[in-house]
Design a protein around this ligand. Structure first.
Ligand SMILES: *Cc1c(COP(=O)(O)O)cnc(C)c1O
Length: 241
């Protein structure tokens, strides 16, 4: 019985989020169809993830290789894409390359090389985003903006990787104005690189915005927002697998 209620809650949350995302796009003069809403599934029961899929969510974001492998078969995957969005250790790459169609969290040549190697082995081309640490926070994943061009240069030589854009997790900000600045810096970076038209580098996807700030992110050019808490409720780490 609780399970049923929970699925209904998720269904309602999804409808609200889709509507909010649409309105944010319209406010920014953008086509709502250009903004993808991702369900971030960490610690979430696959039953609830499937409830989100039933409401039209067609993009899942996974943080951990092991959790992805455990839950993968439980998802109703028809017409659904899975992106890897968490910190990825090189020794876990092999477990996930056949299960995801994009890795959003590439932030080193070393990781890119391993993805290249594992994708070559299964004859697959992987879409990737480069993760940028736009707030220059210590101990946070992602590269600094000035490291972006050298990294893109290296990756552009790898045959089984296709750069599709950028991803970021900005610092936690109390004020909307502050997070807006980070989003707008990301958008500028995205536009600058796009205009330079590097060989083998596409800038189509800007993945930014989470539960607390996705509408602001959309107003600043985001075309994938990654939503966990607002869709599935507070994460319960104790009970999480
Ligand atoms: C957990 C997570 C999210 C979702 O965060 P919420 O605030 O729960 O919406 C988005 N992106 C990444 C990379 C995450 O790890």
């Amino acid at each position: 019985m609780t399970q049923v209620l929970k699925e209904q809650d998720v269904a309602q949350n999804v409808q609200e989020i889709l509507e909010n995302a649409k309105q944010a796009a319209v406010r920014a003069g953008r086509d709502p169809k250009q903004v993808g809403v991702m369900a971030v599934t960490k610690t979430v029961d696959p039953v609830l993830v499937n409830a989100a899929i039933a409401q039209g969510i067609d993009l899942l974001g996974e943080n951990k290789a092991q959790e992805l492998c455990e839950k993968y078969d439980s998802y109703h995957k028809e017409g659904v894409e899975i992106h890897f969005i968490g910190h990825l250790q090189t020794n876990k790459v092999r477990q996930i390359v056949d299960k995801v169609c994009m890795i959003e969290s590439v932030d080193s040549v070393r990781l890119a090389k391993e993805i290249e190697k594992q994708c070559a082995a299964i004859n697959k081309t992987m879409d990737i985003l480069v993760e940028v640490n736009i707030g220059r926070e210590e101990n946070k994943t992602g590269i600094f903006p000035e490291e972006l061009l050298p990294l893109l240069d290296e990756i552009s030589k790898m045959q089984h990787l296709k750069v599709r854009g950028l991803m970021t997790i900005p610092p936690v900000c109390e004020k909307k104005e502050k997070v807006s600045q980070y989003f707008s810096q990301m958008n500028q970076l995205f536009i600058d690189i796009k205009q330079k038209k590097y060989d083998n580098i596409n800038m189509e996807i800007l993945s930014m915005g989470m539960s607390g700030d996705y509408q602001t992110a959309i107003e600043h050019g985001s075309n994938i927002v990654r939503i966990g808490t607002s869709m599935f409720g507070q994460r319960n780490y104790k009970g999480a697998k």
